[in-house]
Design a protein around this ligand. Structure first.
Ligand code: MSP
Length: 513
C-alpha cells in the first residue's frame, strides 16, 4: 500500500466572508496535497469551518438569524471558495456535524475521567474576537496583545491542567526538532512554554452555542478544544463511535502537517499537543506557521474594509496566475505585501514572458516547421542539450526538498531557473536560423526544449493545475503520464505524435482593462 500523507488547514470561523488570508492557507495545503499525490502518496487533505463559540453566536445575532442557519449559510461560502480556487480537499468538516460533536465529547470524557479536566471558576479577561483568555499582565492599553477588545469574565469553568504538561512539551520539542516551522517561530513557542503554563479554561457557561459538556449541560466546550479536535474527527475517531472507522484512523493519524497562520500557532503547537498527550493520542508530525498578507502594507481588517476577495482575484487576474503569485511572491513563513503591480509583474514576467513565451515559441515552431509532429530527441546530444536536460532531470529532487520544508517560493524559483536556462538555450542555438541550414538539428533542438517544458509543466501542476494541463495537452502528454514517476530522466517525451496548433496559455495583463 502506498504511503499516506494527511494534511490539514485551520478550520475557518464563519463569522465573516472568506478573504485572501483564508485562501492563502488552503492554497498552500492544496499545493502540498497535489504535490504529494503526484509523488505517489495516498493523500488526505482536510479543510472546513469552525462554527461554534461566542464570536459566531454574536455574528448570527447581528444577522438576525439562528446560529445554525447563519453557519449553514456562511460555511457554504467557504465550500464554494474551495471549488472556485480549484482546491482538491478530500473532506470538508463542519464542527456542527454529529461526527464532530461525538469526537469532542469523547476527548472531553477521556480528559475528565483521567483527571486532566476539573471544575473551577474563571476570573479574567476574554477576547471574543480572538476566542482567547488573557491575563492582566498580557494586556496592552487595556486590549489583547493582538489589539482585540477584551471583556471581564467571571463564571464557573472547567480547567485543563495545562501547567502539568510543561516539561513533557519541552521534552517533546527537544526530541522533535522539525515539529514547528519556521525555526524562528519554534523558538518563540519554546520560550513561551519555558516561561510557564497556566491551566486553561476549557468550558464556558455564559452562552449556549457550542458542544455541550458531557454530564454538565450548564457548560459548552471552549471553542478551541472543540475546533482542534476536528483534525482527529475526520480520521474516523472515535473508532467505536457511530461515525468511527478504525482502519481509516490508523491509516491517517497522526497528521503529517497542520498548516496554520502565525496568529494561531500557540493553539496548535502548545495546547493541541498537550490535549493529545493527555488523551493518549499520538502527536502530529509537524505544524507550519505562515505569515500574514497586508493590503499594500496595511493590516487587512473588517473595520478598514480593505479585505481582498480571492474570488475577485481569480476573476480578474486568472486563477492560476493568482495561485502562482501567492506561492511565489513571499517566502512561506514571512509576511507579504499584496499589491496589484507586484501581481502584474509576476503575471507578465514569470508567466507570460518566461514560461508562456517559451512554450508558445517552441510549440509554434514544431507546428510550423516539423509538420505539427513532435520531433525526436538527438541520438548524440550536444553539450548544451545535455546540460539543459540534466538541469530538468535534477529538478524533482530539488523541488521535493523545498516542498518538504514548505518553501514554495524556493521550489518555484528552482523551476524557473530551468525555464530561464531553456530560454537562454533557445537564444543561443536559434532554432529558427537552423530551419534552412540544418533542419535535422532544428528538430532535435525543439525536442530538447519540448522535453524540458514537459518536466517543468509536470512540476508546475500543483501550483497551476489548469495551465500546466493545457501545456501538457499541447505537448501531447497522455493523462496517465503526468505524475512524478515520469520525471528525472526516467522517461522522455514521446515523439511522432501530432500536435494541435498551440494557443498561448498565459495572456499578458494590461491595466487598460
Ligand atoms: N477558527 C480558527 C482556527 C481553528 S483551527 C483548529 C481561526 N479561524 S480564522 O478564520 O480566523 O483564521 C483562519 C486562518 O486564516 C488562520 O490561519 C489565519 O492566520 C489566516 N489568516 C487570516 N488573515 C490573514 C492574512 N491577512 N494573511 C494570511 N493569513 C491570514 O483562526
Amino acid at each position: 500500500m502506498s504511503k499516506t500523507y494527511y494534511i490539514t488547514t485551520p478550520i475557518y470561523y464563519v463569522n465573516d466572508k472568506p478573504h485572501i488570508g483564508h485562501a492563502y492557507t488552503t492554497l498552500a495545503c492544496d499545493v502540498l496535497a497535489r504535490f504529494k499525490r503526484l509523488d505517489g502518496y495516498d493523500v488526505m487533505f482536510l479543510t472546513g469551518t469552525d462554527e461554534h463559540g461566542q464570536k459566531v453566536e454574536k455574528a448570527a445575532e447581528v444577522a438576525g438569524v439562528s446560529p445554525q442557519a447563519f453557519t449553514d449559510q456562511v460555511s457554504q461560502n467557504f465550500r464554494d471558495l474551495t471549488a472556485k480556487l480549484n482546491f482538491s480537499n478530500d473532506d470538508f468538516i463542519r464542527t456542527t456535524e454529529d461526527r464532530h460533536k461525538a469526537a469532542c465529547q469523547k476527548i472531553w470524557s477521556i480528559l475528565r475521567e483521567s483527571g486532566h479536566i476539573t471544575l473551577g471558576k474563571y476570573e479574567g479577561w476574554y477576547s471574543v474576537r480572538d476566542e482567547a483568555f488573557y491575563t492582566e499582565t498580557e494586556l496592552l492599553d487595556g486590549k489583547a496583545p493582538t489589539g482585540a477588545p477584551v471583556e471581564w469574565v467571571e463564571e464557573p469553568s472547567y480547567f485543563f491542567n495545562l501547567s502539568a504538561w510543561q516539561d513533557k512539551l519541552l521534552k517533546f520539542y527537544e526530541e522533535n526538532p522539525d515539529f514547528v516551522g519556521p525555526e524562528s517561530r519554534f523558538n518563540e513557542v519554546k520560550s513561551f512554554v519555558k516561561g510557564g503554563l497556566r491551566d486553561l479554561s476549557v468550558s464556558r457557561a455564559s452562552f449556549k452555542w457550542g458542544v455541550p459538556v458531557p454530564g454538565d449541560d450548564a457548560h459548552v466546550m471552549y471553542v478551541w478544544l472543540d475546533a482542534l479536535t476536528n483534525y482527529v474527527t475526520a480520521t474516523g475517531w472515535p473508532v467505536d463511535g457511530a461515525a468511527g472507522d478504525a482502519e481509516k484512523h490508523a491509516r491517517l493519524w497522526p497528521a503529517d502537517l497542520h498548516v496554520v497562520g502565525k496568529d494561531i500557532l500557540r493553539f496548535h503547537a502548545v495546547y493541541w499537543p498537550a490535549f493529545l498527550m493527555a488523551a493518549g493520542l499520538p502527536l502530529p508530525r509537524r505544524v507550519f506557521a505562515h505569515g500574514w498578507w497586508t493590503n499594500e502594507g496595511h493590516k487587512i481588517s473588517k473595520s478598514l474594509g480593505n479585505a481582498i476577495d480571492p474570488n475577485h482575484l481569480a476573476d480578474i487576474y486568472g486563477l492560476d496566475q493568482t495561485r502562482y503569485f501567492l506561492m511565489r511572491e513571499v517566502p512561506f513563513g514571512n509576511d507579504g505585501i499584496f499589491s496589484v503591480p507586484a501581481l502584474a509583474q509576476r503575471i507578465n514576467g514569470d508567466l507570460a514572458n518566461d514560461l508562456g513565451n517559451l512554450s508558445q515559441r517552441v510549440l509554434s515552431m514544431i507546428f510550423k516547421n516539423c509538420d505539427a509532429v513532435m520531433p525526436a530527441l538527438p541520438a548524440s546530444p550536444s553539450a548544451d542539450d545535455t546540460a539543459l536536460l540534466a538541469s530538468a532531470d535534477e529538478l524533482l529532487a530539488l523541488v521535493r526538498q523545498h516542498i518538504d520544508q514548505q518553501a514554495f517560493h524556493e521550489a518555484l524559483r528552482k523551476i524557473w531557473q530551468v525555464i530561464s536556462r531553456a530560454n537562454r538555450y533557445v537564444d543561443t542555438v536559434a532554432p529558427w536560423a537552423l530551419k534552412k541550414t540544418d533542419p535535422v538539428r532544428m528538430s532535435e533542438v525543439l525536442a530538447v526544449l519540448a522535453e524540458t517544458i514537459r518536466q517543468v509543466a509536470i512540476l508546475a501542476q500543483p501550483v497551476m493545475p489548469d495551465s500546466a494541463a493545457k501545456i501538457l495537452d499541447q505537448l501531447g502528454v497522455a493523462a496517465d503520464q503526468r505524475d512524478f514517476s515520469v520525471l528525472d530522466g526516467k522517461t522522455r517525451l514521446a515523439s511522432g505524435q501530432a500536435i494541435a496548433k498551440p494557443e498561448p496559455v498565459f495572456p499578458r495583463f494590461t491595466d487598460e482593462g
